[in-house]
Design a protein around this ligand. Structure first.
Ligand code: SUG
Length: 465
């Protein structure tokens, strides 16, 4: 961690939540690649604006830093992913491999260029040291098995997280990349507990039915596959040495998945002592809430605040359109809460009514902000998708590397990089251009330098002209 003078604003003294975002890459585009994600499917092949996307992401991260909440930014991953292109037979010079992939079909080039590592909530699942049997902070890198473009991310994510975390905790490699262990990280996991130094409760949400025997899954969804496996949740809970009394596993409602709820963070959100969910988020909602409340009381000695948003206030479809639940909840040093909603919520009368319910139920909620993240939203990512929460003691923060922590100078240099080097319009056709590919690779190297990372990108080991 950098010395305190280098960090912006006053930093918390004890245990606190650290937010990790990632720089949106210069090849941010709308590939229509994400299964079950209505925004990604409906924006397929529209022109994107990578410059706006990256500035919106940086602005959100800086807003959090300005609240005195520690903020880390990882560099964008190197794209196009040359080793992956070579692995599907598109090798030779850079120009040749781009052209071969284009001839296979633009979709293949779109995968190689995907900037999906921007959604840090899918990077890993995190358990704080207060909850783990060995008293260590655990991060399990997600294998992101269900989407071809997202499978490119885990190796570099793992290296970057290892470099950043240092000796402060344990970074587990992704689970084996296979369908029964498909894992999409913190988007399907929430840690509840007000006292960050004492054990809390962890909720995992999976799409398939709990199935010990790994039998062929009977698929309850009709339209879309399930992206988080029960077996993956169980494996992560074991690796993180979680207490089974304080670990709950809920099954997502197939109806919600078919309505476009591809991750649980599109339909529920938890923060400290509060669990907010749509009434159709999970199978058996009443029983799930009963179990969760009982586990929370037993673990912490306090009552859990549960807010169920009825369909009559916010319909499933409007929850998916507005991303009300994909809000970023923050607590400042004085214990006051702020919630960052995507701007789409401001013009939704249903989301506005749901926000009123939150204001009534949560006295410490003093601030509601609507943040512009429409470039990410058009690919199905709201404010909560863009960050990974890591609860850390001050001793753990001291053991991290100096890389990644968002300082004033890093923020300004990143903004300058984006303003001067990113395009403000990108189409699939542009991805064939060799000079664009070279510019993307050099931008990610520069971002790495600015953020102080030494980790090599996936292309750095490639010889190739
Ligand atoms: O995996 N979209 C991502 C969005 C991830 C949102 N994350 C959370 N809910 N936490 C996905 O569906 C779209 C890429 C494209 O189509 O080009 C994409 O991958």
């Amino acid at each position: 961690m950098p010395s305190l003078e280098d960090l912006p604003f006053s930093q918390p003294v004890g245990t606190c939540e650290v937010n990790i975002d990632a720089l949106v890459g210069p090849s941010h585009h709308f590939g229509g690649l994400a299964v079950g994600n209505l925004a990604s499917m409906s924006h397929a092949q529209s022109p994107s604006n990578p410059r706006a996307a990256a500035l919106q992401g940086l602005e959100k991260a800086w807003r959090v830093a300005r609240l005195g909440i520690p903020q880390v930014v990882l560099p964008c991953q190197q794209r196009p992913h040359r080793a992956w292109l070579a692995s599907i037979g598109c090798d030779g010079t850079l120009g040749e491999s781009l052209e071969q992939a284009w001839r296979l079909g633009p979709r293949w080039l779109s995968v190689a260029y995907s900037s999906s590592s921007m959604w840090m909530a899918n990077a890993a699942t995190v358990s704080p040291s207060a909850d783990s049997g060995d008293g260590r902070l655990h991060l399990s890198v997600a294998n992101l098995t269900s989407g071809m473009h997202r499978q490119l991310e885990p190796p570099e994510t793992e290296s970057l997280l290892r470099e950043w975390l240092g000796s402060a905790g344990i970074v587990h490699a992704p689970l084996p990349a296979c369908w029964p262990l498909r894992d999409e990280g913190a988007a399907n996991h929430t840690r509840l507990g007000s006292d960050l130094d004492r054990p809390g409760v962890q909720v995992f949400v999976h799409g398939d039915a709990a199935n010990d025997q790994l039998e062929t899954q009977e698929v309850a969804t009709r339209r879309f596959p399930t992206r988080q496996a029960w077996a993956a949740c169980r494996a992560i809970a074991l690796r993180h040495r979680l207490d089974s009394e304080r670990t709950l596993m809920f099954q997502q409602s197939p109806r919600a998945i078919d309505a476009g709820v591809f991750h649980n963070d599109v339909i529920a959100v938890g923060h400290r002592d509060t669990w907010v969910m749509h009434e159709q988020a999970v199978v058996a909602p009443d029983e799930s809430i009963r179990q969760l409340s009982a586990a929370y009381l037993a673990a912490t000695g306090h009552s859990l605040r549960v807010i169920v948003i009825p369909d009559s206030v916010l319909s499933l479809n409007e929850a998916v359109r507005s991303y009300f639940f994909n809000s970023q909840w923050l607590t400042n040093e004085r214990g006051k809460w702020r919630v960052l909603f995507p701007e789409h919520c401001a013009d939704s009368s249903e989301a506005s009514k749901a926000i009123d319910l939150l204001r009534e139920a949560i006295p410490e909620l003093v601030g509601i902000d609507f943040v512009p993240v429409d470039q990410s939203m058009a690919n199905g990512g709201g404010p909560a998708c863009l960050r990974l929460r890591v609860i850390m003691t001050s001793a753990e923060r001291q053991q991290t590397s100096t890389a990644g922590w968002l300082t004033d100078s890093r923020y300004r240099r990143l903004v300058e990089l984006v303003r001067t080097r990113y395009r403000d319009r990108l189409t699939l056709d542009d991805l064939r251009d060799e000079s664009f590919a070279r510019s993307c690779m050099s931008i990610s190297e520069e971002a790495r330098r600015i953020l102080g990372f030494h980790t090599l990108g996936d292309n750095d080991s490639e010889e190739g002209p």
